[in-house]
Design a protein around this ligand. Structure first.
Ligand code: 2HA
Ligand code: ZN
Length: 269
């Protein structure tokens, strides 16, 4: 996509995406074409109603009425985060969801510029529809292969919400501040599958981040930086846990009382 064809505030949103793409690569969470992301940028097109009839409408299996007419930046199929960091235009598509909510157009594509959205587009659309329905601030979705979180899912003791949260939320004070509801856990699903999308959507009802067994995680946020922060905090908590084990001791963990004290402060008690 030629970014120059989008408006200036959409270009600024693309610049923030490229910052996060660089961070994901630098963290070691985006090997090869690993990960994908999207941002609902409709606010940058408020009141603008272009005639985009020249772009073909691609059908969506479901009808997403909450994002009907919305504009969404989404990573292209096979794009590398390290390349998105340098050249966001060539590694992002701008799609417009049809007013009927059951199709989308890839905007600003021409003969020499053929962006195809990530194969995970169906789950991104389902999640954006859910976020819009909720009416909160969340506009961004980041999927990445956060290494230490993946490592934890190889331990059979952590294959459930309770056990995973019991460790992740008790390794480090910040995690409780920023993710008071903890994290969702989804048992193994094939990448790109419908069941992965459905399970993720379900887990997002109560959480801002979902950990995918032996694959990675997906986070939502007001923007890509907030989604990144949420993953970064969890991966740090997992890292402290693994560091303790490497040093030969089982971590003490924050006590129940310490967790309650932090939560009380958080609730303004
Ligand atoms: O987009 O990470 O899980 C590449 C992936 C799919
Ligand atoms: Zn992945």
């Amino acid at each position: 996509m030629k970014l120059s064809k989008t408006n200036q505030s959409a270009q600024a949103a693309a610049a923030r995406i490229s910052e996060v793409a660089q961070l994901l690569y630098d963290k070691g969470w985006a090997e090869g074409g690993g990960g994908n992301l999207s941002v609902n940028v409709s606010e940058h097109y408020a009141g603008i109603d272009f005639d985009f009839r020249t772009y073909p409408v691609i059908p969506i299996k479901n009808t997403y009425k909450h994002i009907a007419g919305n504009y969404i930046f989404v990573s292209t199929k096979g794009s590398r985060m390290r390349e998105m960091a340098i050249d966001p235009g060539s590694n992002l598509c701008l799609i417009k969801v049809a007013k009927s909510g059951d199709g989308f157009q890839v905007l600003f594509e021409d003969a020499e510029n053929t962006g195809i959205p990530t194969s995970e587009l169906p789950s991104h659309l389902a999640i954006h529809n859910f976020l819009a329905q909720q009416g909160g601030k969340e506009r961004a979705i980041v999927h990445t292969h956060a290494q230490k979180l993946i490592a934890l899912t190889h331990n059979k003791d952590f294959k459930n919400n309770e056990a995973l949260n019991n460790v992740l939320l008790r390794m480090h004070t910040e995690t409780i501040y920023f993710l008071p509801n903890g994290v969702g856990y989804l048992g193994f699903e094939v990448p790109g599958s419908e069941s992965l999308a459905i399970g993720t959507l379900e887990a997002l009802q109560d959480h801002k981040v979902v950990i995918w067994e032996k694959h990675g995680c997906l986070a939502v946020g007001a923007d890509v930086h907030q989604a990144f922060d949420r993953i970064d905090m969890l991966d740090k908590a997992a890292g402290i846990y693994l560091d303790c084990l490497k040093a030969g001791f089982k971590p003490e963990l924050l006590s129940e009382a310490q967790v309650s004290e932090i939560k009380a402060l958080l609730n303004g008690a």
